[in-house]
Design a protein around this ligand. Structure first.
Ligand SMILES: *Cc1c(COP(=O)(O)O)cnc(C)c1O
Length: 423
């Protein structure tokens, strides 16, 4: 089997004789059929094919196939955003009256989606902390609990998730594990290899890598046996009346989960990625491995610089040898974690803000994980809507600065940090 760098170039679109070298953008809402019957079969899921871009588009599917190959999955799909990916990933198996478990240090946007918005849909998110014992976490499981959710590397606290441990725990209780792999990317970690069942991405981050398009993805390993736990997952194991009573798990086997998410959720919610954006993220995937190498090397040098500076209060970056998550990082991300560092300036919240305002090269942006170095103060920006109590629960200290180290020359980045520190 070819290695990740090769898959990033050659998987997905595979041109035949005389066909375009690069994946074509199928900029079309609809697709033509010769007979009414031929198209009718598509609506019954009796034949596979494209009919309307709200559900599926060939460009998206070629790019999803590349990402699926890179993650070592069985089937995948692109969504309009990372938020849509995480919502679909959970809603595909949780209905009104159900609950699921999520790590409390996940990205603030996902925290709101799970804890506030999905609650209004009658779905309860039970938050756990990775430092709890198995017994403590198991005590949170209810008869209606449907899955575990976590992030490989948490945004913005950059903690590394113990994938193998949570995969075992979820499987012991007949549930799949869903992991948001946005920060590590399949270049640095492939959660499916450690037992994770379903992977999600905000492709807006490193996969795009240039800050041009918002997008998301869901990749299913095909490994979870829905029929073995048929009572828990009726959406997959009992007839769907909106498709004349077909049952996804029996009709589509390993493709059941993605087929349901595409033909039911995407049909009804329409959160599809545009084919143009899929084209952009395909370009991003081609250079992802090269860029991740540089992001990680730069971030490690910057983290070491910050750690050695006496104006800096603390630094979290799992590739630092004395970091609390270093052992997990070595296990799951041997090539490096990502380019994101969390740290604070001595003097509390205001000292961190004052420091940020002095930076010239690194810019303040509501973004993370792309070519340009940028930074943000979660307590005043992304996590502004959280109460201080929720902030602490989410592990986000009020003075925390999230620094996303780009692929510029690292000497220039360190020079900028130095001048902002007044050196
Ligand atoms: C940004 C982000 C999301 C949300 O993705 P969007 O593309 O902005 O909707 C989800 N998870 C993580 C880890 C993220 O960093």
């Amino acid at each position: 089997m070819s290695k990740i760098e090769t898959k990033a170039i050659h998987e997905g679109w595979k041109p035949g004789q005389g066909e375009p070298r690069q994946v074509p953008i199928y900029q079309s809402t609809t697709f033509k059929y010769d007979t009414s019957d031929a198209m009718g079969k598509l609506f019954d899921l009796e034949a596979s094919g494209y009919f309307y871009t709200r559900l599926q588009n060939p460009t998206n599917d070629y790019v999803a196939a590349k990402l699926t190959a890179m993650e070592g999955g069985f089937a995948g799909m692109l969504t309009s955003s990372g938020q849509a990916a995480n919502f679909f990933a959970v809603f595909n198996i949780c209905e009104c009256g159900d609950s699921f478990l999520a790590s409390e240090t996940i990205y603030g946007g996902t925290y709101n989606l799970f804890g506030t918005t999905m609650k209004k849909m009658g779905i309860e998110c039970i938050f756990y902390n990775q430092s709890m014992t198995d017994e403590e976490i198991e005590a949170l499981i209810k008869p209606n609990t449907k899955c575990f959710f976590g992030e490989t590397i948490t945004n913005p606290t950059v903690q590394v998730y113990d994938i193998e441990r949570f995969a075992k725990l979820a499987h012991k209780h007949g549930m799949p594990l869903i992991i948001d792999n946005t920060f590590a990317t399949p270049v640095n970690c492939r959660p499916i290899e450690w037992g994770c069942d379903i992977v999600t991405h905000s492709t807006t981050k490193y996969i795009d890598g240039h800050g041009v398009s918002v997008g998301g993805a869901i990749i299913d390993s095909g490994n979870f046996d829905w029929m073995a736990h048929a009572d828990r997952f009726p959406g997959l194991t009992t007839p769907d009346e909106s498709y004349h009573g077909l049952t996804y798990a029996t009709k589509f086997g390993k493709a059941a989960y993605i087929t349901k998410a595409t033909s039911q959720l995407m049909r009804d919610f329409g959160s599809i990625q545009s084919p143009q954006n899929a084209f952009y993220i395909n370009l991003g995937l081609e250079s992802l491995a090269l860029r991740m190498e540089r992001h990680c090397a730069n971030a490690l040098a910057v983290a070491k610089f910050l750690k050695a500076n006496d104006k800096v209060a603390w630094v979290h970056y799992a590739d630092l040898e004395d970091d609390e998550y270093h052992d997990l990082a070595k296990k799951y991300c041997p090539k490096g974690t990502c380019g994101v560092i969390a740290f604070a300036i001595k003097g509390g919240r205001q000292a961190s803000i004052d420091f940020m305002d002095k930076l010239k090269l690194a810019t303040i942006a509501t973004h993370v994980a792309d070519a340009r170095t940028c930074l943000l103060h979660p307590a005043s920006h992304t996590h502004r809507q959280l109460t201080d109590e929720q902030l602490i629960e989410a592990g986000v200290a009020p003075d925390l600065i999230r620094l996303s180290v780009g692929i510029e020359n690292v000497d220039d980045l360190i020079a900028d940090l130095k001048q902002a520190l007044g050196e």
